[in-house]
Write a protein that binds this ligand. Structure first.
Ligand code: DOR
Ligand code: ZN
Length: 373
């Protein structure tokens, strides 16, 4: 059976393309191919590269390389120089060079004073800041959620409160400064509740979550080891259900991937030594359709709000003619061997999902057509 529909191209406002500096994990061209295969026609890439994207020259480096990419790739620029959390970058110059937004993703901006000044300046430049909300001192380099699994494995964990404190702080700072804040990868029930209340209070706050947070719980660490290690960590079933409720009632505006490629060698290390993150571009639509659409939790229109229209609105992106064709009813099994990405670090290998991207068109070119086997 097939049920093919045409939809606007997806916009993923949280990917890591590792370029420059870690091209063995991914580069802008390979990341764009993975995006095209996943129906993503605009990807906004995080600046935690080497060097960090914190100057106009580096913003232009990304944009120049992106000209030859399969899809539209836009850079986030860093909030602070070197993402060190101290000195603000030149927001106006970064915007002029083409930065789509600002983020120190991976490195929470720990100083409230620095974040306050950043928000004021971002407001004046009409740029949104995407915040990685975890108190760095509380989470250190710990591998899993603090709770059942950290106890079972006898390792320190990253507590939910470390995320919630930062979400609350940044909501208050956004209120006080009148700036726009976007909370990246929301993972806890209380974070959703804090954002819900902040929105009710009229604060200019938006947020995203990722498929791993509405599909998996911390238990996945036991079956998938380091492949299920991600920051913020996978949480509890109660958190997972609250994320779904937040998606349903509109508190959560966006579904992004946090596509975070790492090599097989890096992910084969012990749970406590492996880097955090999972790839997501080639599985996010199918995982979302399977978990939220086929189950009746969200309508197709709501899913495309969260995967295309809302990111465009938050980032002020101009409309375009990019589109995808999706067979909503075709079932397939996720096989990381078939990924276009340079990396295969996903805990979803072997999962049966529905929804096949048949064709992706970006900038008036067909950039992906499915090979069915
Ligand atoms: O798990 C993560 N990996 N979370 C982040 O915030 C950063 C990312 C990365 O760069 O690998
Ligand atoms: Zn992050």
């Amino acid at each position: 059976m097939s049920n093919i529909i045409t939809l606007p191209g997806l916009i993923d406002m949280h990917v890591h393309f590792r370029d420059p500096g870690f091209e063995y994990k991914e580069d802008i061209l390979s990341g764009a191919l993975a995006a095209a295969a996943g129906g993503v026609t605009t990807a906004v890439c995080m600046p935690n590269t080497n060097p960090v994207i914190d100057t106009p020259e580096l913003v232009r480096y990304v944009l120049n390389k992106a000209e030859n990419a399969a899809i539209r790739v836009l850079p986030f620029a860093a909030v602070t120089v070197g993402q060190k959390g101290a000195e603000l970058t030149d927001f106006a110059a970064l915007k002029l060079a083409g930065a789509a937004a600002l983020s120190d993703d991976g490195n929470p901006v720990m100083s409230a004073d620095v974040m306050r000044r950043a928000l004021r300046l971002a407001r004046d430049c009409d740029l949104v800041i995407s915040a990685h909300s975890e108190d760095a001192e509380m989470v250190r380099n710990y591998a899993v959620n603090e709770g059942k699994i950290s106890k079972l494995l006898n390792i320190p964990g990253r507590p939910a409160i470390a995320e919630e404190l930062m979400v609350a702080r940044d909501a208050l700072l956004a209120q006080e400064t009148g700036a726009r804040i976007h909370i990246a990868h929301v993972s806890t029930a209380n974070s959703v509740e804090i954002i819900r209340r902040a929105k009710n209070d009229g604060i200019a706050i938006t947020c995203e979550t990722c498929p791993q947070y509405f599909i998996l719980t911390e238990d996945a660490v036991l079956t998938h080891g380091a492949l299920a290690r991600v920051n913020p960590p996978l949480r509890t079933e109660a958190d997972r259900l609250a994320i779904i409720e937040g998606l349903r009632d509109g508190t959560i505006d966006v579904i992004a991937t946090d596509h975070a490629p790492h090599s097989a060698e890096e992910k084969s290390r012990a749970l406590t030594d492996a880097p955090s993150g999972m790839v997501g571009l080639e599985t996010s639509l199918a995982l979302t359709l399977t978990a939220l659409y086929k189950t009746g939790l969200l309508t197709l229109d709501e899913i495309f709000d969260k995967m295309s229209r809302n990111p465009a609105r938050i980032l002020n992106l101009p409309p375009n003619d990019d589109y995808i064709e999706v067979d909503l009813d075709r079932i397939w099994t996720i096989n990381p061997e078939n990924f276009r990405s340079k990396s295969r670090n996903t805990p979803f290998g072997g999962a049966q999902v529905c929804g096949v991207i048949m064709r992706t068109a970006s900038r008036n070119k067909e950039v992906f057509t499915v090979t069915l086997n």
